[in-house]
Design a protein around this ligand. Structure first.
Ligand SMILES: Cc1cc2nc3c(=O)[nH]c(=O)nc-3n(C[C@H](O)[C@H](O)[C@H](O)COP(=O)(O)O)c2cc1C
Length: 242
């Protein structure tokens, strides 16, 4: 009986051991499968996701940074987005030889307005400005009302501006043609435009109404002619008297 029990026990132990062995093999196969799966994941899906997310995050960061930097750039250029803080007064001017520029700077100082220079894409040389030469660039331009010299300075957003002082020298009794380019280029909706000019002696003439007709938007005043050496207090009186 003892012998029979020993044989049964031995047989049971052998069966158990064999089962363990099989199980262990299966385990190891399973482990391998999982490892391969992990490896697959490691090589494809899983890492790709973080990479994609990283890329997306980086892209988001880049977009945010570029939005911020373009906003900063816009502010530094005066090309201000509507939401950014700036004065609601703009002093825009064209000046071939610096006289109007000086008056524009005084008006900006008196009003706290922002300055914007209308620069010609092709600068005027002294030969171009020779009004005694019937074939000089300025004479040809002023004799042809359809000429529109290109503006070379950065575009400006007029959003948020309610008043624009618009300065220029008088050329042949009226605004230089590049002012016509400016008037046609922008919308002056909701803006009061106050022309001002410098000259040897001529008044501002029909410059304001010329530009108003070309612009088609905005409220344009006749404006005023100044000497280059006009004082800030005289400019202040003119502004307060309007
Ligand atoms: C092409 C040209 C035409 C001009 N025509 C006149 C004019 O008709 N009447 C006048 O009083 N001054 C005239 N001037 C003088 C300028 O208006 C004056 O010097 C002005 O202050 C120059 O301004 P800026 O230095 O800002 O360019 C003319 C000047 C130039 C170059």
């Amino acid at each position: 009986m003892k012998k029979i029990l020993s044989i049964i026990l031995a047989a049971f132990l052998l069966t158990s051991l064999a089962g363990c062995g099989n199980h262990s093999q299966a385990d190891s196969k399973e482990t391998q499968t999982v490892t391969e799966g992990q490896k697959e994941s490691a090589e494809s899906t899983s890492p790709a996701e973080p990479e994609t997310m990283q890329e997306e995050t980086a892209q988001e960061e880049t977009e945010t940074a570029s939005e911020a930097s373009s906003s900063e750039a816009a502010e530094s250029e005066g090309n201000t987005p509507a939401a950014a803080a700036h004065s609601d007064i703009l002093v825009a001017y064209f000046s071939a030889t610096g006289t109007t520029k000086g008056v524009a700077e005084k008006i900006a100082s008196v009003t706290g307005g922002d300055l914007y220079e209308i620069l010609p894409a092709e600068p005027y040389t002294s030969d171009d400005l020779d009004y005694n030469d019937s074939s000089s660039r300025s004479t040809i331009e002023q004799n042809d009302k359809s000429v529109r010299p290109e503006i070379g300075s950065e575009d400006i957003s007029l959003a948020g501006y309610t008043t624009i002082y618009l300065g220029f020298p008088i050329w042949w009794g009226e605004e230089p043609r590049i002012l016509d380019t400016f008037a046609e280029k922008y919308s002056f909706e909701g803006i009061t435009v106050i022309p001002f000019c410098t000259s040897a002696s001529s008044g501002i003439g029909r410059s304001g109404s010329n530009m108003e007709a070309l612009a088609g938007t905005g409220t344009w005043l006749d404006g005023m002619r100044f000497d280059g050496n006009v004082s800030e207090s005289d400019l202040q009186s003119w502004i307060e008297g309007m």
